[in-house]
Design a protein around this ligand. Structure first.
Ligand SMILES: [Zn+2]
Length: 119
């Protein structure tokens, strides 16, 4: 279950970025080629954060479609099937993955610090 180790690295990134502030939502961009199951990722996030200051925070997972750039004809192909990595225009296999392998913490939604809440 590689989602667990992913969550551990997401935790490390988030914990550094939050600078001690409480986090409500962690927004992720996850490429289609990462083969991440969102439900499993969410479950693992709960496990990893359970006894930490990030307990109760949510993951917001934005999928990123896989996209190829062909070195032969220059065409760009958006992959519908991640198991068929070939150019959609010339069928060539000399392709470069331009999107789909990312797994990034895009942003954090922080809770208002208690001292800043106005009544
Ligand atoms: Zn091509």
């Amino acid at each position: 279950m590689h989602e667990l180790s992913l969550c551990q690295s997401i935790y490390g990134i988030t914990d550094r970025a939050r600078e001690g502030r409480p986090v409500v939502t962690v927004r992720l961009r996850v490429g289609a080629l990462r083969q991440v199951v969102p439900e499993t990722l969410t479950y693992c996030w709960g496990v990893v954060t359970d006894t930490t200051p990030l307990a109760g925070s949510m993951l917001d997972i934005e999928p990123v479609a896989a996209e190829l750039s062909c070195r032969s004809c220059g065409a760009t192909t958006v992959l519908a099937d991640r198991f068929l990595i070939a150019c959609g225009t010339c069928d060539g296999a000399d392709v470069e993955v331009v999107h789909g392998e990312e797994l990034v913490v895009a942003s954090l939604d922080l809770a208002e610090p208690a001292s800043a809440v106005r009544s």
